[in-house]
Structures are given as C-alpha cells and as structure tokens.
Design a protein around this ligand. Structure first.
Ligand code: UD1
Ligand code: CA
Length: 467
C-alpha cells in the first residue's frame, strides 16, 4: 500500500490516567461500550496498517486480556515503569526496528480517523523526512505540547515546561508521529528527563532530529477534533457525544431513520441494513447486526445480537447475546439473553424472560413467563405465567417442548422434563414427568365444590355475637 516500505504502528497505552480517578485503566474506559483502545487499533487497521503493537503497563493485565480476546494478532509490550512516552518507545525498539517506518499513536485518542493516518503516512513516505508529525491549531491549547517554530528551530515544548510566551502558541502536538526507523533508533536512547515532570518525552526526538539537520515535517491540521485526547471524565463524555453523532450520520446516510438522533446510541461495531427505524432512547452496542425493515422501539437495548429482517421490537426490550429471526415480534418489556434464539415469526411478549433457550418458528410466549435452558419447537403456544423450573439449587436442567404443543397457563415445567410433539398441559399443572406425544397432562388437585358453605358460615357468624 505505501510504496514498498513497511510501517509498524505502536500504540502507547501504559499511562495511569490519573485524571480519570478510576480503578479501570484509562485505555479500557468505555466509549459507546468499546474501550478507548479499540479506536486507535481500529483506525490503524482501517488504514491498512496491520502490524500493530500496544505498550501496556498501568492496569496491564486487564488491558492484555482485552487485546488477547479482541485482537490476538496485536503484539503486547510491557512497560513496567511508566517513565514517559519516550521511554515507552525506547523499551519497544526490539519490536519496531524491523520496520522501515514506525507510526506512534496515543491510546487515548478515540476520534482519530483512518484517513488522517493515511494522509500522514503518505506525506511521510513521499518526503525525505526523518519524522513527520501531525499538529493542529486550537483556541484551547492547554494540556498539549506546543509546536515551537522559528527561523532555526522546530521543537515541541510540553505545557508544564513552556514559558508564558510559548503557552500562547496555538499550534499543538497531536501525539501522532511517523519516524524513519534508522533515524529514530539513533536518537531514542539520547532522550533526557531533565524536565518538570522528570519524564522521557517522545516529542523531544523532534528537536533532537532538527538540531542534527535532519528533515522534520509538521503536517498541520485546521480542525483539532479528530485528535482530541481523553484524560478526564468530561473529555470521555465529549468524545462519546462526537463519536455517537458521527456513527449516526453514517447510518442515516445509509437509510436508517430515527426521530430523535440525540437520544439514540450506536456502537462502532454495529452493522445495520438500510431501511431500519430506531425510536427514541434506543441503544445498540457490541457486535450487533440488524436486518432491513426492522423496527426497534423506545427504551430498548440490543447488545451482541443478530436481528433479522422485518422484526418488530415493540419497546422496553433488552436483548443480549442472542439471535432473532425474520418477522419475529418482541415486547414490550421482554428480556432475552445468553444465546437465546427466537425463530422466524415467533412472538415473545409482555414480562417474559428467555434465557439460553430456543423458541421455534411461529411459536408464542405472550405473557409473564420465564423460559430458561429450554428448546421449544415450532408453532407452540405457551400460556400466560408458564415457568421452566430449570434450577434445582445445584444445576441448571433442560426442558424440551416438541412441535405444536399447547402449554396451559401457569404450567410449572420442573426440569429436566420433556413434552412430546402435539401434547397439551392443563392450566395450573406442575409437570414433573415427561409427557408423551399427543397426550394431555393434568397435574393439579381436583376441584371440590362444597354446596351451601358460604350461607352456612354467615348463619353461624350471626349466632356467635352481634359485633
Ligand atoms: C502527550 C504529548 C503532548 C501532546 C499530547 C497529545 C508527551 C510528553 N506529550 O501529552 O506533546 O500534545 O500527548 O494528546 O508525549 N504513555 C505510556 N507510557 C508512559 C507515559 C504515557 O504508554 O510512560 C501513554 C499514555 O497511556 C497515553 C499516551 O502515552 O495513551 C500519552 O500520554 P499522556 O500522559 O496522556 O500524555 P499527554 O500529557 O496527553
Ligand atoms: Ca493524553
């Protein structure tokens, strides 16, 4: 893609993130339910840069667990003592010295777009520069390193080390750089930490290279939004709101409709087909996919779920890690979770929880039921109040219900238990034994009517006293 030069991407994510005031490492703080670190990893990949490594340290075990689960091909490098961004690059040179160029990006800049990385890498590869870095102009430069340019100098000065004059500079360092490997290698061990924070600053490499007469380029962008770092809870919320709007704009341009985009949240891994309607206060997260013609009603949450075409999610529905087939109807007030599978045209209704169960096509669980660890066949009717008693206090047990069964209202299915095809249970039954195909099971006390009982009781009360 980029000439014949190979580019490695090093993401710096070892810092403590003190300003977050949280036990969760900063790069795992969520934006639309994905950790901050997801975004630079994804931006690099979308730019065609597959050789990626992440420097981890603070809270590193959790960060490593995330990387192994989500992107096992990404190299993890430990920085046990976080002595600065320059130190982070120093200790990872064994990894990057095999590439012709090395792109360094911060782990806490979730708004970074792949287009910017492509522009930066291209500008660098097409020039003789030893280093090309991205800077931007901002009216609020506080917290960023300032780009100091004069006739015979180019360097980056950190806010804490800057003079009052330098603090007024509005061109700041984005923290994104690409270096020619041999030039970085010959400078990375020369960094000093004689600054206010006592850290080894990566941006100091820029000044060192410039002093050696090497070519250093700053690619200056007008709009700083894409580079915005996240250091505090306020910045986390700001990044979330910008990303959320970007993602919504994208999906609306593809045909998705929402009456109130400001209250709809869609995560970056969600995939939507064109003609989908999202009501106010809908949240779609994780690895979720939704088909054409589907409607998601207000106050519904869908996470890591595949929903087919023309599905109607009425409202107040939560669906987690499950699959809903075409033309199904769900809600209002349903909770579907843990690998539940709702078949084509099936109906799950009011105050129903479905856990780790499959509901066959055309089957109905309309009201007030708990269905757990069950397989339910096609065209089954589950009466109101039916419950699978799947847990005996020790283990979870399965329930099997065949095709075309009619389960009467308020049936307790004490698992493990199995209902054959076309069987029927009487309302209020407690089913503890398997029901054969085509049979009716009645498991309840027979009703007894005691004639005249009420009148007799009234009579005896009157005899007993006047109060
Ligand atoms: C850094 C730059 C600053 C720039 C800004 C852009 C330095 C010294 N300053 O400041 O010029 O304007 O980014 O956002 O680089 N990290 C490590 N190991 C460490 C220290 C930090 O991996 O020892 C990681 C952090 O986890 C973070 C990134 O490096 O993801 C940047 O560190 P941070 O402390 O946020 O630097 P800034 O103060 O934002
Ligand atoms: Ca930062």
């Amino acid at each position: 893609m980029f000439d014949r030069r190979t580019v490695g991407v090093l993401i710096l994510a070892a810092g403590k993130g003190t300003r977050m005031k949280s036990n969760l490492p900063k790069v795992l703080q969520p934006v639309l339910e994905e950790p901050l670190l997801f975004y630079p990893l994804q931006a690099a990949l979308a730019a065609g840069l597959e050789n990626r490594a992440v420097v981890i340290g603070h809270g590193g075990d959790a960060v490593q667990t995330y990387i192994s689960a989500m992107s096992p091909e990404v190299r993890v490098i430990w920085q046990h003592d976080q002595l600065g961004t320059g130190h982070a690059v120093q200790i990872s040179k064994e990894w990057w010295n095999s590439f012709s160029d090395i792109l360094v990006i911060p782990g806490d800049a979730p708004l970074l777009k792949s287009e910017i990385l492509i522009d930066l890498v291209k500008a660098h590869i097409d020039s003789p520069a030893s280093c090309t870095f991205a800077s931007f102009i901002t009216e609020t430069p506080a917290g960023y390193g300032r780009v100091v340019r004069d006739s015979n100098a180019l360097s980056i000065v950190e806010e804490k080390d800057a003079s009052e004059e330098q603090k007024k500079i509005r061109e700041v360092n984005s923290g994104i750089y690409i270096f020619r490997t041999p030039d970085l290698l010959s400078n990375i061990d020369s960094l000093a930490n004689d600054n206010v924070q006592g850290e080894y600053y990566l941006p100091d490499v820029v000044g060192l290279m410039y002093e050696q007469g090497k070519s250093v380029e700053a690619l200056c962008f007008d709009n700083g939004t894409d580079f915005q770092g996240v250091n505090s809870p306020l910045q986390l919320a700001e990044a979330t709101s910008i990303l959320k709007q970007r993602i919504l704009n994208h999906w609306m341009s593809q045909g998705v409709k929402c009456a109130d985009p400001s209250s709809v949240f869609i995560g970056p891994r969600v995939r939507l087909e064109g003609d989908i309607w999202l009501d106010p206060f809908v949240q779609l997260y994780g690895n979720t996919e939704i088909g054409d013609g589907t409607h998601i009603g207000s106050h519904s949450l869908v996470r890591n779920t595949v929903i087919g075409k023309s599905v109607d999610i009425i409202n107040f529905v939560s669906i987690i890690a499950s699959e809903i087939e075409d033309h199904a109807t769900i809600g209002p007030f349903s909770f579907i979770r843990d690998n539940a599978h709702i078949g084509e045209g099936a109906f799950v209704g009011k105050f129903v929880e479905i856990k780790k169960s499959s509901i066959g096509s055309g089957s109905k669980v309309p009201h007030l039921s708990y269905i757990g660890d069950a397989t339910i066949g096609n065209h089954v009717n589950i009466g109101a109040g039916t419950i699978t008693c799947n847990y005996d206090g020790v283990a979870k047990n399965p329930t099997h219900i065949g095709d075309r069964c009619f389960v009467g209202s308020d049936t307790m299915l004490v698992a493990p238990v199995s209902l054959g095809d076309d069987s029927f249970t009487a309302a209020g039954s407690v089913i503890t034994d398997d029901v054969p195909e085509g049979a009716l099971a009645i498991a309840r006390a027979r009703q007894k009517n005691i004639e005249g009982w009420v009148l007799r009781r009234k009579g005896s009360n009157q005899e007993g006293g006047k109060e």
